[in-house]
Write a protein that binds this ligand. Structure first.
Ligand code: NAD
Length: 370
């Protein structure tokens, strides 16, 4: 295969006891940042991404170019490709897998339900099979989502809360992912850490998310549509800055215990963990828009409508005491500071937008709050 040499070089470790990490979804928003953070401290990093067109593939290619410039190679492939995964594990003895590849977004599921099943369920199982068969078996850290809390009304959300009311197919596939990974953990001794991210935002972010598309529309003088819950209640999100999320991911990799199985057989009970990674201070969507208006120095043309009943939950709020205790996770960026960094990137994105004549669009239906 043509990429073997690049994979070996990308996997080289440049510090003592460094990790060797396969990052799936490496051309994605979180994957790009996590890959860079690991590489910068001397870990071996190999990316995997199928560069799908859920949102602008040019943004994914720009992130790939950024990673390439730091000697991180991204294999172009799908997590459903068992042969390719087996080959990757044959070439590199990965100590960890950071599994971030997924079909994200809640509204896109109305038109494309199968893509959630393909990436978030079938793809997850294919990846777990590859990890199970690998020797050594890597420890797995993967992205679940705050969306598993669904219509749960008890806040803040704790990991032990019930997750029995998913509000979207996306949420259902993440919840299914938690059951599936738990099963692989106890049957095959795979070490598993599931991270429930809360609305992640920042530079190199996802154009389908509200803060991003609102910024684009405000800059273009186009109206924005703000959703409101029942009884005119504003939606609120526990917006979490990307650098805080990255620290949580890296700490999860560092504290992950080794898998205890080998060759598809379990030896001892292995680690299974689930953590909320949020910011613990929800902000309403109109307040978020107010911050953007201030930073862009432009008034938005706002239209507020009742949220169509298709997947968004009214409110998210993370209890992060488990992550704080066990990972040393401590978010430090508030929404003002984080959006300032996002806006700066959006306006001076290292030549990315200026290279393009058209503006970023995505193939989803309407912008979700995330
Ligand atoms: P993203 O869409 O930017 O990144 C996902 C990447 O995975 C994309 O580059 C995509 O091309 C790739 N991918 C999708 N399906 C694939 C497949 N079958 N095979 C190979 N690659 C595939 O999303 P993100 O915001 O970086 O999210 C990363 C992870 O975190 C996802 O699992 C997402 O569900 C989860 N998450 C994100 C947020 C958030 O606010 N960003 C919140 C909760 C959970």
């Amino acid at each position: 295969i043509h990429w073997e040499k690049q994979v070996r070089s990308s996997a080289q470790i440049h510090r003592q006891n460094g990790l060797s990490v396969l990052v799936t979804g490496a051309a994605g928003f979180v994957g790009t940042h996590v890959s860079l953070a690991l590489k910068k401290r001397g870990d071996g990093v190999v990316g995997l991404d199928n560069f799908n067109s859920y949102y602008d593939p040019a943004l994914k290619r720009a992130r790939r170019d950024l990673l390439n410039s730091h000697n991180i190679f991204i294999v172009e492939g799908d997590v459903n490709d068992a042969r390719m995964l087996a080959k990757l594990f044959e070439i590199v003895a990965f100590t960890h897998v950071m599994h971030l590849a997924a079909q994200a977004g809640v509204r896109y599921a109305m038109e494309n339900p199968q893509s959630y099943v393909h990436s978030n369920i079938a793809g997850l199982v294919t990846l777990l099979e590859a990890c199970k068969n690998a020797d050594p078996q890597p420890a797995i850290v993967w992205a679940s989502s705050s969306s598993v809390y669904g219509l749960n009304e008890k806040t803040p959300f704790s990991e032990s809360d019930l997750t029995d009311r998913p509000a979207s197919l996306y949420a259902a596939t993440k919840k299914a992912g938690e059951e599936i990974t738990h099963t692989y953990n106890h049957i095959y001794g795979l070490s598993i850490t599931g991270l429930r991210f809360f609305t992640v935002y920042g530079p190199w972010g996802r154009p389908d998310m509200a803060y991003f598309s609102f910024t684009r529309n405000i800059l273009q003088g186009k109206p924005i549509t703000i959703y409101r819950g029942k009884n005119r209640v504003d939606l609120a999100r526990d917006f979490t800055y990307i650098d805080d999320i990255v620290k949580g991911c890296v700490a999860s990799l560092d504290t992950a215990k080794k898998s205890t199985g080998s060759g598809g057989k379990k030896r001892r009970p292995a680690q299974y963990r689930i953590f909320n990674l949020g910011n613990t201070s929800p902000v309403t969507v109109p307040m978020m828009v107010g911050i953007l208006e201030k930073q862009l120095k432009v008034k938005a043309r706002k239209k507020t409508v009742e949220m169509p009943g298709n997947g968004d939950v009214p409110f998210t709020h993370a209890n992060i005491s488990s992550a704080r205790r066990e990972l040393g996770y401590k978010p430090t960026t508030d929404l003002q500071t984080g959006l300032k960094k996002f806006v700066r990137w959006r306006i001076f994105p290292f030549g990315y937008f200026s290279l393009r004549s058209t503006q970023l669009e995505h193939s989803g239906l309407v912008e979700g709050v995330g």
